[in-house]
Design a protein around this ligand. Sequence first.
Ligand code: ATP
Ligand code: MG
Length: 170
Amino acid sequence: MLDKATEFIRSIAAKEDPRSFSLFGKSGTGKTHLAMNMYRFIYANLRAYQRPLSDIDPEYTITDLHNVRFASWPDVCRQLRNGTGDRLFNDLCRHWFVVIDDIGAEYESDAMMANLTELADQRLGKWTIYTSNKTVDYYDEKDERFASRLFRHNGIVLEITSVEDYNRRS
Ligand SMILES: Nc1ncnc2c1ncn2[C@@H]1O[C@H](COP(=O)(O)OP(=O)(O)OP(=O)(O)O)[C@@H](O)[C@H]1O
Ligand SMILES: [Mg+2]
């Protein structure tokens, strides 16, 4: 897991074409911990690592280029449901580097699943980390359009099977 995370961070440092890094695994296996640490590292090295998205898509403005965001997907869903999440959703679609934490932690309605697929679609070609306590198979069944986007553009998809729940270690 750590070697793949390192490979992903190195590809950002080398200003390669953006891709995604998806971590699937049971609760307590350290997905959020790893994603948060990767986020902090990128945040700390932002200026050195950024390659303007406008290199890739001229539509992007300067404000999109310098933004990073860590978002809990259940929080995003809550805001979208109560009508206050449009700005956040739009930011998550556009920012240069985004972590979407905890996909599938709560049951996703068809509407929220459609939002998630739309988000994954918008994030193709931008740096993205997803974490989920479900499995890839779960999303293959639930919405294969979403699952297939995780693998596009050389996306890294990891299923953690060998780590025990950190909270249950003696
Ligand atoms: N590498 C690590 N070393 C020490 N403690 C860790 C490590 N990774 C995670 N932990 C601790 O284990 C606990 C669970 O980790 P985390 O919240 O990252 O799990 P998770 O996989 O995101 O779980 P969930 O699916 O429930 O969100 C946290 O208290 C975290 O600080
Ligand atoms: Mg988590």
